[in-house]
Design a protein around this ligand. Structure first.
Ligand SMILES: Cc1ncc(COP(=O)(O)O)c(C=O)c1O
Length: 430
């Protein structure tokens, strides 16, 4: 299957967009339409979409209920700005206060995950009266100056740190333990190290700890189940609040729960999200405990924040997830996929680790299982080969050696069989 190279859209993309707007594949794909689990490119080629535009089309491409909500709202009111109340924004905020864990009550809507994280750190600083933020190595939070500073991956840091006060804790990355220990004998020492980090690298007066339940761009790194309880207890002991970045892990993605952090029995003080929240309409969301939200002065404006069209899309997406029981589907189909990937790992030495939760599953590729030397070139080849077989997947990780699978939550076991067959055939060719 060949595409992109003769596409006028790809050519104009190359000619008129910043080269930094990088595209996947040697012959980039220009997508033209989508339906459910499938997308078509401009040359009519059909692909099974197992990455969902980076875990974003959560209920499948062009879901009729979401589309109807958008069309209905566009015909009524397209824009309001945050200076006026609008029904879709208010109703969505009330719904989110109902489904968010713990005492999270007040929302601020923006346009992206980057802004959601910015809003959260700003609120944490104002609430605590402190300036320092702890994030994790291998994390990702977006592309603003603060978000790039917060990121824990050199590949995303196109500029050196621009914002003071960020410190990076050890990632709970068991496959490549930064302390060279083994779980569970390690006693989750990576979490305990936060105490040392706070006492040695900060003023001891931290505003917040911001972390993803599963490091997404970092390569779907799943922490040990005790990690967040330990880490958040230390952070709170030093007066910081816990910002949980659910940009990738929210909306049922990890299976059976709305949010990834709910698997570990820890209540965040702030949650941020974006991506899958509105099935592809641009939205950023920050929800906080009332006292934290109240600490942000009244003048903070967002032109497109809480836009009635995108908030209708978000509400429709959330209703579809509820009514079609998609968080449970993510658990059932995710477990099924996981077993199949483990089967591939048994047959292909190059697959060093299989990890993930629900419909967020990754495979880390290595040249040698003992040395764990990353194998990004093999990932690139598998990537090209699966595309030839009509299947789209993602990649990531600090070394670019992790295949990331994050299909829409409507994925079926048959879809996963199709994916695994393509992966198997692709692996056989490399
Ligand atoms: C965990 C996490 N936080 C924040 C962001 C930034 O979101 P956006 O690209 O919508 O600004 C991303 C984007 O991939 C992300 O994965």
């Amino acid at each position: 299957m060949s595409s992109g190279v003769h596409s006028d859209s790809v050519q104009k993309h190359k000619d008129f967009l910043f080269p930094a707007v990088a595209m996947y594949y040697q012959e980039p794909i220009a997508l033209e339409r989508g339906e459910g689990m499938y997308v078509w490119d401009e040359n009519g080629n059909k692909y099974l979409d197992c990455f969902g535009g980076v875990l974003t089309t959560s209920v499948g491409h062009v879901h009729p209920r979401v589309t109807e909500a958008i069309i209905d709202q566009v015909q009524k009111l397209n824009h309001a700005s945050t200076l006026y109340a609008n029904g879709p924004q208010s109703r969505l905020a009330a719904k989110l206060a109902e489904i968010a864990p713990g005492n999270l009550e007040k929302s601020f809507f923006t346009n992206s995950g980057t802004e959601a994280d910015e809003t959260a750190t700003m609120a944490a600083k104002l609430y605590t009266g402190r300036q320092e933020i702890i994030t994790l190595r291998h994390s990702y939070s977006g592309r603003s100056a603060a978000a790039l500073t917060a990121a824990g991956q050199s590949s995303w840091k196109i500029l050196p740190s621009q914002v003071p006060g960020y410190h990076h804790g050890l990632a709970p990355y068991c496959y490549r333990c930064p302390l060279k220990l083994t779980y569970p004998e390690c006693g989750v020492a990576c979490a305990k190290d936060l105490k040392e980090l706070i006492e040695t690298a900060t003023t001891g007066q931290i505003a917040a700890f911001m972390a993803e339940p599963i490091a997404g761009a970092g390569g779907f790194i799943v922490p040990p189940k005790e990690y967040f309880k330990e880490a958040v207890a230390i952070v709170r002991q030093y007066g910081g609040v816990f910002i949980c970045d659910e940009v990738q892990t929210g909306w049922g993605r990890t299976g059976d729960k709305w949010f990834g952090i709910e698997h570990w029995d820890v209540e965040p003080d702030i949650i941020t999200s974006a991506k899958g929240m509105a099935n592809g309409s641009p939205i950023g969301w920050t929800i906080a405990r009332k006292e934290i939200a109240d600490a942000v002065p009244t003048l903070s404006f967002s032109t497109f924040g809480g836009n009635p069209v995108t908030t209708r899309a978000a509400m429709a997406t959330i209703e579809v997830i509820e009514q079609e029981n998609l968080a449970h589907n993510a658990k059932v189909v995710g477990d099924y996929l996981r077993e199949k990937l483990m089967g591939l790992q048994e047959r292909y030495e190059v697959i060093g680790d299989v990890r993930g939760m629900g419909l967020m599953q990754g495979m880390e590729f290595v040249k040698d299982r003992k040395t764990k030397e990353p194998a990004p070139a093999t990932v690139s080849k598998v990537f090209e080969e699966t595309r030839k077989r009509g299947v789209l997947i993602g990649k990531g990780g600090l070394y670019g050696n992790v295949i990331r699978i994050g299909p829409p939550l409507v994925a079926t076991k048959d879809n996963m069989d199709e994916l695994v067959t393509a992966l198997d055939d692709a692996l056989a060719t490399v």
